[in-house]
Design a protein around this ligand. Structure first.
Ligand SMILES: Nc1ncnc2c1ncn2[C@@H]1O[C@H](COP(=O)(O)OP(=O)(O)OP(=O)(O)O)[C@@H](O)[C@H]1O
Ligand SMILES: [Mg+2]
Length: 276
C-alpha cells in the first residue's frame, strides 16, 4: 500500500506519489443475481492519477462493479488487484482502510448530523481512539481531533460548504447534499475514489462545480473511477473510458475512441444522443 498516500494529512490537495503501475486491475469479474449476470467476465485497468470513467446504459452493471470493489457485495469470480494485492471479497471496512473511498448513487448521508459531522465520518479510520483515550481524553487525542476537524473544514471549503458546516444536512438542498458526500469521500486523502453518478440530479452550474473539482483532484494526482451518465462531463474529464452493457465490457479506450465506437453508439450513446 502507498504509505505516503495513507498518512493522515492537513490538505485534501496533497500530491500522490507518481507511479506508472496501474493502481487497480480488474480481471474477469463476474457477479450473478438470481442466475442473471450483472457482471460477466469484466476486465480493465485503472491508471494511477487518472480518471477512469465507467459508462453504460441503466442496468449495465456499473454500481454492481463499484459494490464489488468496495466490499459491499462479493463477486462470484474474478480478481480485483489494488496496489498489487487481491482485495476481491474483503469486507467493506477493510477495503476502506486500504484507502478506497466512494460516493453513492443514492445518497448515504446522516440527515440529522451536521455537515461537518457527516464529513468527519470519512475520517473514522484516522479518528479511532482506544477506550482509555476516549475516557481520559489525553492531549494527544484532543490534538488529533482538532487536526481532523481542520481537515474536514478544509474539505468543506473546497466544496464551498464551509459556511454551512454547522447545519444539519437534512435541511440542505439536494445539490449541497451531493457535495457533502463528495467532501466526505475525499477528506481521508484516499488512494482511490469511486464516484457513482456524482452529478445526477444536479443543475448545470452545480455540475460544472463538481466537474471542476474532479479536474482539480486529478491535477493533484488523485485516482478516480467515475460512473456517470452525463456524457459531456465524462468525455471532458476522463483519461480512459470503459463501457459496460448487460454486464459485459463492450469497449474501452480514450474518450474520443469510445465516442466513435459503433458498438458504443449502438448500445449507449445512440440512446443518449440528446446529451452526447
Ligand atoms: N442486489 C441486487 N439484487 C438483485 N439484482 C440486482 C442487485 N443489484 C443489481 N441488480 C441487477 O443487476 C443489474 C446491474 O445493476 P446495476 O445497479 O449495477 O446497474 P447500473 O449500471 O449501475 O445501472 P444505473 O445506471 O441504472 O445505475 C441490473 O439488472 C439490476 O437489476
Ligand atoms: Mg448504478
Amino acid at each position: 500500500m502507498n504509505a505516503q498516500a495513507r498518512r493522515p494529512c492537513h490538505s485534501v490537495f496533497a500530491m500522490n506519489q507518481a507511479n506508472q503501475e496501474p493502481i487497480l486491475q480488474i480481471s474477469n469479474l463476474t457477479k450473478h443475481f438470481g442466475g442473471l449476470p450483472a457482471l460477466d467476465d469484466v476486465s480493465f485497468l485503472a491508471g494511477r492519477g487518472q480518471v477512469t470513467a465507467l459508462i453504460g446504459p441503466n442496468g449495465a452493471g456499473k454500481t454492481t462493479l463499484i459494490n464489488c470493489l468496495t466490499g459491499v457485495i462479493r463477486p462470484d469470480a474474478g480478481a480485483i488487484r489494488f496496489e498489487g494485492a487481491d482485495i476481491a471479497g474483503l469486507p467493506a471496512h477493510r477495503v476502506a482502510r486500504l484507502g478506497i473511498s466512494r460516493t453513492f448513487q443514492n445518497l448515504r448521508i446522516f440527515p440529522r448530523l451536521t455537515v461537518l459531522d457527516n464529513v468527519l465520518c470519512g475520517l473514522t479510520v484516522e479518528a479511532g481512539a482506544s477506550l482509555w483515550e476516549a475516557l481520559l481524553r489525553p492531549p494527544g487525542l484532543r490534538h488529533r481531533e482538532r487536526r481532523l476537524k481542520l481537515t474536514a473544514l478544509e474539505a468543506l471549503d473546497a466544496f464551498g460548504l464551509a459556511d454551512k458546516a454547522g447545519w444539519p444536512v437534512g435541511v440542505l438542498p439536494y445539490g449541497d447534499k451531493k457535495r457533502v458526500e463528495m467532501a466526505r469521500a475525499f477528506v481521508s486523502q484516499p488512494v482511490l475514489t469511486l464516484l457513482d453518478e456524482p452529478v445526477a440530479g444536479l443543475n448545470p452550474e452545480e455540475t460544472a462545480t463538481v466537474a471542476a473539482f474532479i479536474r482539480q483532484m486529478r491535477l493533484a494526482g488523485k485516482t478516480m473511477i467515475l460512473v456517470e451518465h452525463d456524457m459531456e462531463m465524462v468525455m471532458g474529464i476522463s483519461d480512459h473510458v470503459v463501457v459496460l452493457d448487460g454486464g459485459r465490457r463492450i469497449a474501452q479506450g480514450t474518450p474520443d475512441a469510445v465516442r466513435h465506437n459503433p458498438l458504443v453508439i449502438e448500445a449507449y450513446l445512440g440512446r443518449m444522443s440528446a446529451t452526447a
